[in-house]
Ligand binder design. Structure first.
Ligand SMILES: *Cc1c(COP(=O)(O)O)cnc(C)c1O
Length: 410
């Protein structure tokens, strides 16, 4: 069956819950053991002292460790990503920070693509830097050879532990070539005989339009707040990958306490039932809007994956790793704040708000809002100019959306 069919019922049996066609909310902190022996056995498995026997089910203990709503959600997220396992979190940032903390120790180096989500940028450059994890950034123009030379010149190749990629980059829509994952892993393996963990933030195009695990990524992380939830009413996160790669993350999650809450998991499970129809409509609308913007005389630049104006190299990457350009559009009228603010203040249907991937369309100004924390020079170097507007396309009638943009441009 296709993933969209599994979203209605996978991982849930109505017999477990009085025949309820949908899973109830298991709003409980703890679970009653039938016997002391059963409680002992559940803890043995949960703490990794012993592994599950064939046909044995992991027992419910305490909602920081496991909860039916979290487990049902995780099983469906794994189906969506074609991965063995998933871990669900209370936010995208807790998914990302828990993953980094699970794999990075003081003295290690993280190599990361720029621009990256503002919160991720802050975590790498502030918290990780303070605990002695060094970072090196690269962007869509950097060749793998240059990355390698930079690492070698600083004698960091042996310390490299994580490659972290966000593609398409937020908010510029520039694509990072996922083939560097395999190239870099091989190089490090040959020279130092150690593994690096490759993580891809797939929030922009996943799980439908980009499959980083197929390109050698070990872990895929998400702000589930965005497309996965899609209704601007939940903050949540997720990480997917092989069981052995998810295990250290789940273990740390148990002790940081950053697991998703039952009600949040339930809302997200409900959202996943309509994920495909929402994303497909958002993509359809986005393509119509891109068509409109590229032809509008006042619009200077449009940034959308797959457009030939993004350059041949970007087009090649697009064709090798993306199944669609998605529903996020960047565009400029003039490269100054005044033109961007005037447009944003003139929109009527499209809301002026950060966040993305929801069923309603949103627009914002990355330079002064989501990316205000990135130093100005760096913003300029990676293509975030003062005129850039980021648009997240929802499921409204595309005619109404185009009408709104058109009157605002006028
Ligand atoms: C929003 C976002 C995050 C952070 O997720 P939260 O759910 O807000 O914690 C991380 N990465 C990307 C690409 C995002 O858009």
């Amino acid at each position: 069956m296709k993933a969209e069919s599994h979203m209605m019922s996978f991982g849930y049996n109505p017999d477990w819950s009085e025949g309820s066609v949908k899973p109830p909310i298991f709003q409980t902190s703890t679970f009653v053991f039938k016997t002391a022996e059963e409680g002992k056995r559940f803890f043995e498995v949960a703490y990794g002292k012993d592994s599950l026997k064939k046909h044995e089910q992991i027992g419910l203990i305490y909602s920081r460790i496991n909860n039916p709503n979290m487990q049902i959600l995780e099983e469906r997220l794994a189906v969506l990503e074609d991965s063995e396992e998933a871990a669900a979190f209370e936010s995208g940032m807790s998914a990302i920070s828990t993953t980094m903390l699970a794999y990075l120790k003081p003295g290690d180096v993280i190599l990361y693509s720029k621009p990256t989500y503002g919160g991720t940028h802050h975590f790498i450059n502030n918290f990780l830097a303070e605990i002695g994890v060094a970072s090196i950034g690269f962007n869509h123009n950097t060749e793998i050879q240059e990355i390698w030379e930079k690492l070698e010149s600083k004698k960091l190749t042996s310390k490299l532990k994580m490659l972290y990629i966000e593609t398409p980059a937020n908010p510029t829509n520039s694509l990072i070539d996922l083939s560097i994952i395999k190239q870099l892993k091989e190089k490090i393996q040959q020279i130092h005989n150690h593994e690096i963990v490759a993580v891809v933030d797939n929030t922009y195009l996943g799980p439908i339009w980009q499959k980083p695990l197929a390109f050698g990524a070990d872990l895929v992380c998400y702000s589930a707040t965005k497309f996965l939830n899609g209704h601007s009413d939940v903050i949540a996160g997720a990480v997917m990958g092989k069981h052995e790669n998810i295990l250290p993350i789940k273990t740390l999650r148990t002790f940081l306490g950053s697991m998703i809450a039952p009600y949040t998991a339930w809302l997200l499970t409900r959202s996943l039932e309509t994920l495909h129809i929402r994303m497909n409509q958002q993509e359809k609308n986005a393509k119509k809007i891109v068509e409109f913007l590229t032809q509008h005389p006042k619009v200077k630049n449009v940034f959308y994956p797959g457009l030939s104006s993004m350059g041949q190299k970007q087009l090649d990457i697009y064709q090798s790793q993306c199944l669609s350009g998605g529903a996020m559009i960047g565009f400029t009228i003039e490269e100054n704040e005044a033109s961007a603010f005037k447009l944003l203040n003139s929109l009527k249907l499209i809301k002026l708000a950060v966040s993305l991937g929801s069923n309603e369309s949103l627009a914002q100004h990355p330079y002064s809002m989501t990316h205000t924390d990135v130093p100005d020079e760096e913003k300029k170097a990676i293509g975030i100019n003062e005129g850039l507007i980021r648009l997240s396309v929802g499921i409204e009638s595309y005619n109404d959306l185009i009408e709104d943009l058109s009157q605002a441009l006028d």
